[in-house]
Write a protein that binds this ligand. Sequence first.
Ligand code: GLC
Length: 499
Amino acid sequence: MPLSRRGSGTLTTPGGQHLAIHTRTQDDETLPHATKRTMADHLRRLETLFTLTPQRLRMITHAFRETLDLGLEKKEQVVPMIPTFVFGWPTGQEKGDYLAIDLGGTNLRVCLVHLQGQGKFEVTQSKYRLTEEQKQDEGQKLFDFCAESLKTFIDSNSGEDGILNIEPGQNLPLGFTFSYPCRQDSIDHGVLIRWTKGFGAPNTEGHNVAEMFQKSLDKFELPVTLTALINDTTGTLIASHYVHPDTRIACIFGTGCNAAYMEHVKDVPKIKDLGIDGDLDMAINCEWGAFDSFEHEHLPRTKYDIIIDESSNKPAEQAFEKLISGRYLGEIMRLVICELIDDGILFLGQNTYKVEVPNALDTALVSLMESDPTDELLMIIGIMSHFFALETTLAERQFLRAIARLIGRRAARLSACGIGAIVGKMGYLESGCNVGCDGSLYNKYPGFAGRIQEGLVDIYGEKARNIYTHHAEDGSGVGSAIIAAMTKARKDAGVYVHL
Ligand code: GLC
């Protein structure tokens, strides 16, 4: 094999012997690498690709707002603005025991939530990691797994010493947090519009997932009543308000990216035919991850984003989410790194096959790289050598950290456009509002919250300082339970019992 451009490979000597050539040495500074100047040139190029000017942010926010309005006006829009049948805010006095099952992007969680009123609660939970196979297997099997996990949870927490005390013949209300876009006709119904976050289970899109899940619950004869089907953003909105009553918007920045907010029913023209009192409020699950899908008119997609989109299981869909969420940021960085390896800029002379494997770089590692507090960037040394068997010079590590920063900053600034669109539309700029945020990016990515704020100031000026984001309460568990409680109270009071 001839020597690669990076200087490693095998050579056959005139004497017929094979020689493996490794050009690396143990000494950081003597590792072969591009000059600082070349790296600086590449960094400038990447900065141009990933940086969003204030003017660009304002244009995106404007288009976003129009898209949100269109979704409220007409059915079947790209950003579907889903009416959730969660009517208004919780009182904070909701009480009792509720079960919640949360099928998110990465894990399945089963929770028992004990609501104590006055914004207080206790949660007991079990968590199961979902395998990639489960995400692609038959939909009904996935729901069977949810029901089976619920059965295990109930069985292991019941009995004399258990925390669950279900009387014979009694059913506990269950909230099902199913965080994928579902068209809802009522709170306990939802037709899956499309899978997102890499799921692809067949025979589920276009089906009522509440009915499918009920079938699985029946199979395991569980003592529960499926009261509400909710999205994680709606749960987060309600749970955050239960604790911080000035919350108006909720966002998830995790494996996926989405938002919910409370809208006036009179401003949702597409549900006029339901005859709901226009003065009531209803939570809207925006499903904003789909913004600019299919047409790709507004978002600044780089060649790396296009590769990710085209090699995903859902090309052209979730365009906004693919620039922001945790499922994709690591892969964006990996693609940038691979290009720089091919151009002979990074890791000269080293065997780079480990980092060339698709999805080999987890977003959690990108966030660790950015947060490395040491002068020598020791965390990056550890990550690159442990996961990819690569040695790095200090200049390379600084370069890697700068790339991580560009990708994280772009994600946060784009997120500000979505929040800015809702804030502008609802007139919260003057009154101010709190935005409850959850998800691994918001919670763990260094500086994510500050960069959202910086983006909002770029869009709206100093007034944007009235908009605060805060770490939200557990929407998928606690929020689901509060919504189950609110729904039970609404139906017991005879208010829109069919919805
Ligand atoms: C994806 C889902 C959405 C969910 C979000 C965050 O965008 O489509 O329903 O809220 O991820 O989990």
